[in-house]
Design a protein. Structure first.
Length: 241
């Protein structure tokens, strides 16, 4: 019969600084590689013809952030582009911290429908850079009232009506209070979004770094083998020499 792994796979795939061996599965390698291709879509220094082809296959070529965040392609026939966006979606859900929820892009998101099931869409707000759930929250993680939202984003009443804003907040409340799952807005992880990939902290950001974000690492000193070795040797590694 099948033998159990002697070392948990989620341990050996951690980088060496986190007590692992830095190994990876081929599936995870593919996720890292394809998300670096997603990065190329937004890299102003990357001008290959391939980039224009991919952008042209997005549902909203003028709004690639919305298309990538919500996996929107013009046709299912564009299998490579669809697979790239699928890998980004999987990366998000695996990178999210335990107990937290994804910071959804609300525009044309089937999980956040507007009145009568229509997609949410507002060109003015999109032009202001308003994309995510957290863009509608105050410091207490509650939905901003109409006046405060306009003040936050410097909007005139002609640019956003009260009815239009009510439609958005009703959709967000419906998403939060879903009958199957309650999504606490205070647990929205705004660090897991395209900004984590398209605005890397270093110029040497690679697929390996994308993979590492997926791995939920813990202090290696808390691993069972390490604790057992410490007990056997009667040492406390939490205390420096």
């Amino acid at each position: 019969g099948c033998k159990r792994d002697k070392i948990r796979r989620d341990v050996i795939i951690r980088n060496k600084q986190e007590g692992g061996l830095g190994l990876f599965t081929f599936a995870d390698f593919s996720i890292g590689l394809k998300n670096m291709l997603n990065y190329k879509i937004f890299d102003p220094n990357f001008t290959h013809t391939w980039k224009n082809i991919v952008i042209g296959q997005l549902k909203y070529s003028n709004y690639p952030i919305i298309s990538v965040e919500n996996s929107l392609v013009r046709s299912t026939d564009f299998s490579l582009t669809a697979d790239m966006l699928k890998c980004y979606r999987e990366w998000k859900h695996r990178a999210i911290a335990d107990g937290f929820t994804v910071n959804q892009c609300i525009w044309d998101n089937p999980a956040i429908p507007g009145l009568w099931g229509k997609v949410l869409w507002d060109v003015v707000l999109i032009s202001k850079g308003v994309y995510y759930i957290t863009d509608f929250l105050n410091e207490s993680c509650s939905l901003l009232v109409y006046a405060d939202f306009r003040s936050k984003w410097n909007l005139a009443s002609e640019e956003l009506s009260k009815d239009a804003y009510s439609n958005i907040t009703l959709a967000l409340r419906g998403y939060r209070n879903n009958i199957l799952i309650f999504r606490d807005f205070s647990k929205v992880d705004e660090t897991i979004s395209l900004s984590r990939i398209i605005s890397p902290p270093t110029s040497t950001f690679k697929g390996r770094d994308v993979r590492d974000i997926m791995y939920k690492c813990t202090d290696p000193n808390t691993l069972t083998p390490i604790k057992q070795w410490c007990a056997d040797l009667n040492i406390d590694i939490s205390k420096p020499d």
